[in-house]
Design a protein around this ligand. Structure first.
Ligand code: F6P
Length: 481
């Protein structure tokens, strides 16, 4: 999968593995889940962040622990820089801006300073790891300024950035005080990947308006200062076969029977939602829909239980307060609806291993993906891949990329609690043949468009993008002659 003669370097803020109870465990979140299988297959280095003085940030660790196949290298960052870069510019500014939750956007100049500094530290680690000209896969909105610094030292490196979250329309992006710098930083990449065409179109408009860049539809590239940056829509995916076989395994069966027994849920019909604890995932809206569902369809009381799994990954505000709101909402629903030993919502904020998740997905009769806005949402894909019995139903927000990307899902509008309640009832009353048909369609799509295909396409496009630049330089030179 790697490009011949080029070392593969992935860079992301979130580490793929972290130490928990003395053991290395894979972290929560779409990005790590998507790229770990790729790195296992191709080898190389994954550069990530570590906070100085917090835990073990030894510089190079072979992962995964059970079958070391690539190296994880941590870039030591001071607590103060991390706060400005991650909690500040990335999560309090870019995240809500790109997800168009504008009342949550906070900006400080110091955030921007830390963001630039930490991006340069990441770039320094890439340069340090490079022997020759590497293929660098930058991941996400934390690293918009990285390519510029790498390019200054390694002009012939192949550099791409995949933007996992939405790119907002120009009218929203204009809020960004450093919009020109950010766009210039991004255009230092050979290739930028987006989840959906709409995000790519938004990006083109921003670069045209702010930088006067020209879009060449034949090259699928933005042209500026003699450089071409190719833009591609490449919806990110999962390791389909892995989830499919994990859900079929004896381990999954054993886990699920223990889980149901421990929680007194044997015989219950399960609904599920699985998220990082984040306001963009619409967790409160999801709970509202569950409450309306039991009000509108009281016949399901005592029979259906909703597993609400929400794993906190971001610990600073506004996430602390949001967690409290979610907890209180769950408690209120359970207080008003519970009867006897039945509780409508099982709220779980611990993270499960991917094997355990596959077992839970396989057992759940429906899933709710309630994002108010989401680049892709890989949980929807994981659920479908784990539905080996073809009995479930994926209710996916119209505002998550996965509802556009996957055929066979049932679109829902998380703002319309009654509509969502009806959709749950629809899922529970639909004919088995209809559910099978939809799941087959969805599964086939994800099987054919899995994470290996995504990574292969990304690398192929990256190499082509490079040729684009070399050939345009050559043709300019020959025209001059
Ligand atoms: O959804 C966007 C995203 O950056 C994912 O790509 C990634 O898994 C997650 O958010 C990281 O979030 P956190 O910083 O909370 O781990």
């Amino acid at each position: 999968m790697a490009l011949p003669g080029r070392k593969l370097i992935v860079v992301s803020n979130r580490e793929p593995y972290r130490l928990k109870g003395g053991r290395l465990e894979r972290t929560v979140g779409g990005l790590a889940a998507a790229l770990d299988p790729v790195m296992r297959a191709s080898g190389g280095v994954w550069i990530t962040s570590g906070v100085k003085g917090r835990g073990d940030i030894s510089s190079r660790i072979a992962v995964p622990p059970e079958d070391p196949s690539y190296v994880m290298r941590k870039v030591p960052i001071t607590e103060e820089d991390m706060d400005g870069f991650y909690n500040g510019y990335s999560n309090r500014f870019l995240w809500p801006l790109c997800h168009i939750t504008l009342d949550r956007v906070r900006f400080k100049r110091s955030y921007w300073a830390s963001y630039g500094k930490v991006n340069r530290l990441f770039a320094g680690a890439v340069i340090d790891e490079s022997s020759g000209d590497p293929a660098v896969l930058l991941q996400d909105y934390h690293l918009a300024m990285c390519a510029l610094s790498i390019r200054a030292s390694l002009p012939d490196a192949l550099i791409s950035l995949f933007w996992h979250i939405p790119w907002p329309p120009y009218a929203v992006f204009r809020i960004c005080p450093h919009r020109r710098e950010l766009l210039e930083g991004l255009l230092a990449n050979d290739l930028i990947g987006f989840q959906l065409d709409a995000f790519k179109t938004n990006f083109i408009r921003c670069a045209q308006e702010e930088l006067g860049a020209r879009f060449d539809p034949e090259k699928d590239a933005l042209l500026r200062n003699g450089r071409a940056t190719v833009l591609k829509t490449l919806p990110v995916s999962i390791d389909f076969e892995w989830f499919d076989s994990a859900a079929r395994s004896g381990e999954a069966r054993a886990f699920i029977s223990g889980f149901l027994k421990d929680r007194g849920l044997q015989g219950a019909t399960l609904g599920i939602s699985v998220n990082r604890l984040d306001y963009t995932k619409g967790l409160i809206k999801c709970l509202d829909s569950i409450e309306v569902f039991f009000d509108k369809y009281p016949g399901y009381r005592g029979k259906v239980v909703f597993l609400h799994i929400a794993v906190p990954t971001r610990k600073a505000e506004p996430y602390k307060s949001y967690r409290e709101r979610v907890r209180k909402r769950v408690a209120a629903i359970n207080k008003s609806l519970s009867t006897g030993r039945w509780r409508p919502v099982e709220y779980i904020d611990a993270d499960f291993s991917h094997k355990e998740l596959a077992a839970l997905y396989g057992a759940a009769r429906f899933i709710i993906v309630s994002s108010v806005y989401d680049g892709m949402n890989l949980v929807a894909k994981e659920y479908i891949a784990s539905q080996t019995g073809l009995a479930g139903c994926a209710l996916v927000s119209e505002f998550a990329g996965s509802s556009e990307d996957i055929p066979g899902v049932t679109p829902i509008n998380p703002y319309d609690a009654e509509g969502c309640a009806d959709a749950i009832n629809g899922a529970l009353t639909s004919a088995p043949a209809e559910r099978k048909r939809s799941l087959r369609l969805a599964r086939e799509h994800i099987r054919r468009n899995d994470i290996y295909k995504w990574a292969g396409d990304l690398l192929r496009e990256l190499e082509r993008a490079r040729w684009q630049n070399i050939s345009s330089r050559t043709s300019k030179r020959s025209k001059r002659r």
